[in-house]
Design a protein around this ligand. Sequence first.
Ligand code: ZN
Length: 322
Amino acid sequence: MSEKPENSLKQEIMRRNRINKIKKGIIYIAAIWMAASVFLSVTLLVRVIHLENTLKEVRANIPTVEQVKNTENQNLPGLNTDGSAGRDTIDIGEPIQQKEIQEEQTNSNEKRKVYLTFDDGPSVNTETILDILDEYQVKATFFVIGKTDEVSQEMYKEIVARGHTLGMHSYTHKYSVIYNSMEAFQQDYRQIHDYLQELTGVDCKYYRFPGGSSNQVSNRDMSEFISYLNSEGVTYYDWNVSSGDATSQAYTADELVGNVIGDVTKYKSSVVLMHDSISKPATVEALSSLIEQLQGMGAEILPIDENTVPIQHVKIDTQEGP
Ligand code: ZN
């Protein structure tokens, strides 16, 4: 009689033990699964943050497809009045390819040379820029594009009359056209060269490629265009210091000054990239302070001339022919 309850008690204890073991097993598995999930989530979060930062950096340097399209669609020659947005384009690929730029250590006894350059003008800002340069008795270089309105025509003449260097930056500033073929490039070059000569009497000898010679837009070998310019007696200039006013980051005037000063200290001779464009008011705002700080450093601010050592991102052998 007493064996039955004893057996059933044993069985009950064994059953409970089994259940407990299963429960413990489930808890262990759940705990391991949760720990693995947390670890995976944290890893993925770190990865996402890292990728977001990388994306931000990339975005800061490369315009979107829409911007490229807008740039190409807007730049129709002769259609713009002074300073209209159509001409005020982002220079695709203009961010400096740092690796290609040789850093020079500045000899402390030698005077630093700084060449301020303004691309994409004339614009509504040109006259203000000219006035500020006059105020400090500083000469600069304007790499201009083709604009046919009266105010722009006046500005080309003013740039020359006030002693600055007039350089070419293509007529259309339309990447898809000028970099499409050698014929198209030559036609655009002649158009801006002859237009400026007719207006100002200056036979321009300096050229800046839209987007720079290291632009990522041209499908053609840039050295073909460089050879052509050289055959015309024209020297092209890139830059080794960028104000950053063409990037998608909306730098304040103070930040633009900081960008330039920070890099100018690295070189004996700096060619500084800035923009003369309605969409770059901070550049105008920065100019006085920039000049004052450069002069405070003892730098010599000069216009590009035949003695200026070119800064070129793409080098070619120019020793061909007599
Ligand atoms: Zn440009």
